[in-house]
Each structure stands twice: as C-alpha cells, then as structure tokens.
Design a protein around this ligand. Sequence first.
Ligand code: CA
Length: 220
Amino acid sequence: MRVLLVEDHESLAKGILTALRSESYTMDWLHDGQSALHAISSEHFDLVILDLGLPKMDGLTVLRALRDRRQQIPVLILTSRDGVRDRIAGLDAGADDYMIKPFDTDELKARLRALLRRSAGRAAPTIELRGVTLNPGNQQVSYLDKIVALSRKEYVLLHELLSQPDRVLTRDQLEQSLYGWSDEVDSNTLEVHIHYLRKKLYPELIRTLRGVGYMIESKA
Ligand code: CA
C-alpha cells in the first residue's frame, strides 16, 4: 500500500513516515498542496494523509479539487485541536476521516487500516483467500494456519494481490506499491520476489499473465 503524506511540519512528518514505514507502507512525502494535487493526479496512491494548513494550496482546496475530479482515493485529514470548523468543512468536502494533532501514531495506523479496509469493501480485519491469511494489523501471513515469514517486499506484493483478487496488476502497479520516490530500487526484480512468494506459499497461488502482470484468483 502506497501512502502520500502531505504535511509541512517537518518533525511531525518524519515521525509519521517512520511509524508508517514500520507497518510496511510505502511512503511518499510532500510539503505543499500544489505538488500534492499534481502527484495524486499523476501517480497511484492508495491513501492520502492531508494536513489542512499547507503552503501554496491549503488542504481543503486540494481535497475539493480531488473530489471535483472524481478522484475517490481515501483521504484522512490532519487538523488542530481548535479546528472544529476545519474538520466539518473537511468531512463535507469529502474527507473520509480525520485526526486531531497531536495524535498517537498507533491510532493513526489503526485508522488507516480501517480506511483501506472500507475502500476495498471489506469488513473483516484480515484477508483470507485460498488458504492464505494476511493480517494487516500485525503484518502476519499464514498458510493453512502456519505462519509464513516474508520479507517486507514479499509482504507488500502479497497484500496488493490479495486485496484485489481476480484483478490483473501490472508490473508498473506492483512496482509503484514497492518503491516510494526516496526508496532505492533494489537489484531483485519483481520476478524474484514473486518467485519467493510462490515458494513460501504455493506455486499456483499467483498467476502470471505473460506481458501483462500478475493476479491471485479468488477461486482455484
Ligand atoms: Ca501545517
């Protein structure tokens, strides 16, 4: 899952980035509203954390512009304690949730999981498909009730594929979920990570569509 953080307060932003990277999110960070609007329109993100008080273009304007363009991406806004009007305006403009600063990063993590679950149309906290269970809460994966140890990248790829069953995900989509702008692209190719996933789980789980991408079907 790739998350864009739009926050101009540097130390707060760094804290959020560290916390969310530890939960295997691929994170990108921008300081102003204008670049954020541009980035969201040109690249794929699964969720946006949007501060309201931002340079160049404030968060509310960004949010309204997104919704005007029918961009359905989940947005969580960050507001200050005394910003009741801002929160109401934000929710009315199409925000999906909000956090009041200062907040606990564990609560932020839980809210993101809930938002991503809702946007995927799931009620259960875990994803279960064809013998594989993935719990985004503790990032644990098991197969036939046995825990399987995955690397971060393997976990991210499996999460992408499992949360969108029966959909072909292209190489580009999968790579965007693995690497943020500041992440070093490792020498292991996508094929290598998929190879290990198949080996650690089972080969038939992930289907290759030659020249297109990969998918996990909901039924074998
Ligand atoms: Ca701010």
